[in-house]
Design a protein. Structure first.
Length: 101
């Protein structure tokens, strides 16, 4: 896949609280199913660390900043990610990138 200038890449790193991993994964499945249907979502991947299964990384690519904002403003993002997933995390770090090559 060739990424274009203007695409936004989001990488979110989660450290899941002990004994909540299966619940977080189930919730992320719900988010993934909805997110990949968004017209501005080009890719949405949920990855789990081999060394630390409680470490989850989301790799998301959006057409542009407007598409990312639309995702963040969706009801399911607010209801599932903000209200249900985040309380189950020890930490959460989100970084945004632009493709350069």
């Amino acid at each position: 896949m060739i990424h274009k200038k203007g695409n936004i890449i989001l990488i979110a790193e989660y450290q899941v609280k002990e004994n909540t991993l299966s619940e977080v994964i189930d919730l992320l499945k719900q988010v993934a199913e909805r997110t990949v249907q968004e017209p501005g979502c080009l890719q949405y991947m949920v990855c789990q660390s081999i060394e630390d299964p409680g470490r989850i990384v989301l790799y998301e690519i959006y057409k542009d900043a407007a598409a990312l904002e639309q995702h963040r403003q969706s009801n399911y993002f607010k209801q599932v990610v903000l209200l249900q997933i985040i309380p189950l995390l020890e930490s959460r770090n989100v970084s945004l990138f632009n493709p350069i090559i």
